[in-house]
Design a protein around this ligand. Structure first.
Ligand SMILES: [Zn+2]
Length: 188
């Protein structure tokens, strides 16, 4: 988690204090979720910052930190997608620009494991709300990556590498399309 956090930060996908990530693992037959804390930049995530919770939001480890305000969304995704063991939520700037403009992001051929022609959208709900958690987990039944209208991006995977790759693909797809549109609009 520490490695992926700083990777995402270096890539510019989680600027400032934005973004949160989690993984699911098993401990003595119980499902546990390790999640990043609220109010901390992923730039310098350390072991002492990671919070462990169970599937019912009970904190198992780390009295000094509060889990990300999007914890509900992470838990709901794990409940809906049994095959998913990693969740990454970013406000990566270019893709989030598309999310605010309500513009579709097209899957670029060869840009990785995205099946839909356009990346699916979910409507706007307040960050951290049950409604958002439900809309996102429903949307992820058919896609491994989603655009949250006027908010950001969620990607999932069997492991953190997969989810991280998707976060990168979506930002690169948005970037490529942005450049394409600017160039085509200015074509004489
Ligand atoms: Zn967010």
């Amino acid at each position: 988690m520490i490695e992926i956090s700083s990777y995402l930060y270096e890539k510019g996908l989680v600027p400032g204090k934005s973004g949160n990530i989690s993984i699911r693992y098993k401990k003595d037959e119980f499902e546990r979720i390790a999640v990043t804390p609220s109010g901390l930049s992923l730039k310098s995530l350390a072991e002492k910052d990671i919070v462990i919770v169970d599937m019912e939001e009970n904190k198992i480890y780390n009295d000094s930190k509060t889990p990300t305000s999007e914890l509900l969304m992470h838990l709901k995704i794990y409940k809906t997608r049994k095959d998913v063991n990693a969740v990454i939520h970013t406000h990566s700037p270019i893709a989030t620009g598309f999310a605010f403009a309500g513009e579709k992001i097209e899957r670029i051929e060869g840009f990785g494991p995205i099946n839909n022609k356009f990346i699916p959208y979910v409507d706007y709900y307040n960050p951290g709300s049950v409604e958002l958690a439900e809309a996102v987990s429903n949307g992820l039944e058919k896609s491994d990556v989603l655009i949250l209208k006027e908010h950001g991006i969620v990607s999932v995977g069997k492991n953190l590498d997969e989810a991280s790759l998707l976060s990168e693909f979506i930002e690169e797809s948005a970037k490529t399309q942005f450049v394409k549109r600017v160039l085509m609009a200015n074509r004489l």
